[in-house]
Design a protein around this ligand. Structure first.
Ligand code: FAD
Length: 378
């Protein structure tokens, strides 16, 4: 089953450590906590102001999804070696440094000192940076550069969800996934600065049913060690209109800032950027570089004939910024991420949909659901 940000919130039970231990409300180290009194709300958070007239933009993008997971693989194409690195679904910003590291290991085995990277989204630029760090001269060929990539649309929370379908991955995939997540988690921690647009953020996931231990945020998750401070909040200790609330901490990556800084960074480190679309394999084969790392995201479907690759369309309605909001909410199929450039309201996952036109019915539904949540918040 595909793990989406919604399904991340949508399984059955682990009782919280506190509840299992028979504890009532207790002090939890989180911003906004006051001294707890049994039965009283102890966590106080500012509310998001949700209304149609606060919407400043609506954006859509196509997540490059492969049911069997991202593809990092070497392929020979005539004289050239192609290293694929694409198909990250809803976790491409998150995993970018990690799969870049896997792809770079493969590319370095060729011994080439000059390589091409196709694509300049989050994945292509992270790959370029790691190649430059290994002394390789890199030319990037990309149809679009930031701010015009799918990566610029991403919300982007550091969390690898909607990356694969559970029933389609091979036994080899999970170790690769965990390795990529671990590398990326560590690398992003070197970028926790305002000029990179990366910071820690507290998340509140909520619903009417208990959480499972094997969810990605749960104690049995293969990436549990990358989800610090994951705890189920006792009922009555939080302001949300849900019985089950899980709090955990992740990073937030402000993609407009992050991708612009990364582009500047790779240019300064020596990358040559050519804005150019490659139309078929003969054009790829004609590139002067002997090794080509393919980071074309959804573009790989046509360019390398990968019919497994399919879009999952997502839409974000962005409200005026509220600097006092510094947390994220994930509730049923909805999410709210607080960024400096606006409050992002999301919650659409339309598989196999290629059309980028905004869906204003979906916007109405999502904005109304968020408005209700904050109206009911204590
Ligand atoms: C609404 C929404 C919310 C999201 N939220 C998150 C999130 O919270 N966290 C997260 O990690 N991810 C999130 N994602 C997913 C994320 O956006 C993608 O996984 C990620 O952008 C993929 O990066 P990429 O570099 O592979 O692809 P892209 O950003 O699409 O870059 C592909 C590059 O290849 C180039 N290219 C393509 N075809 C060709 C060609 N034929 N010739 C030359 N160049 C070509 C493109 O021009 C571009 O430069 C979200 C996506 C959406 C739509």
């Amino acid at each position: 089953m595909q793990i989406t940000r919604r399904k991340l919130l949508g399984h059955a039970a682990i009782a919280s450590a506190a509840l299992a231990a028979g504890c009532g409300p207790r002090r939890i180290a989180a911003p906004g906590l006051t001294t707890p009194t049994p039965g009283a709300t102890t966590l106080s958070l500012p509310k998001v102001r949700v209304s149609d007239d606060r919407i400043i933009r609506t954006v859509t993008g196509l997540r490059p999804f492969r049911p069997s997971g991202f593809r990092v693989q070497v392929e020979k194409a005539g004289e050239k070696t192609v290293v694929h690195n694409y198909g990250h679904g809803g976790g491409g910003v998150t995993l970018s440094w990690g799969t870049a590291s896997l792809a770079v290991e493969q590319a370095m085995q060729t011994g080439a000192k000059r390589m091409a990277v196709l694509g300049s989204g989050a994945v292509g630029m992270a790959t370029t940076r790691l190649l430059l760090e290994r002394g390789v001269a890199v030319t990037v060929y990309a149809k679009d550069i930031p701010p015009n990539t799918t990566s610029n649309i991403a919300a982007a929370q550091w969390f690898p969800v909607t990356v694969y379908d559970d029933d389609r991955i091979s036994p080899d995939f999970m170790p690769q996934f965990v390795k990529a997540a671990e590398f990326a988690y560590r690398r992003y921690q070197l970028l926790l600065r305002s000029d990179w647009g990366v910071r820690w953020m507290v998340n509140y996931a909520m619903r009417d049913r208990p959480f499972h231990a094997d969810e990605l945020t749960g104690t049995e998750s293969p990436i549990h060690h990358l989800v610090p401070e994951s705890i189920d909040l006792p009922e009555g200790s939080h302001p949300f209109p849900f019985k089950y609330v899980r709090r955990y901490t992740t990073m937030m990556i402000e993609t407009p800032v992050y991708l612009e800084t990364l582009m500047r960074d790779i240019r300064l480190a020596g990358a040559q950027i050519q804005v150019r679309e490659l139309h078929d394999l003969s054009e790829v084969a004609a590139l002067p570089e002997p090794v080509i790392v393919n980071c074309t995201g959804l573009g790989a479907r046509a360019l390398f004939n990968d019919q497994e690759l399919t879009p999952i369309k997502g839409q974000l309605s962005v409200l005026l910024p509220q600097p006092e909001i510094d947390y994220a909410v994930l509730s049923r199929d909805l999410y709210m991420f607080a960024r400096r450039d606006g409050i992002l309201l999301g919650g659409t996952h339309d598989r196999d949909v290629w059309d980028l036109a905004p869906d204003f019915d979906a916007q109405k539904r999502i904005v109304a659901a968020h408005a209700k949540l904050y109206a009911e918040m204590r």
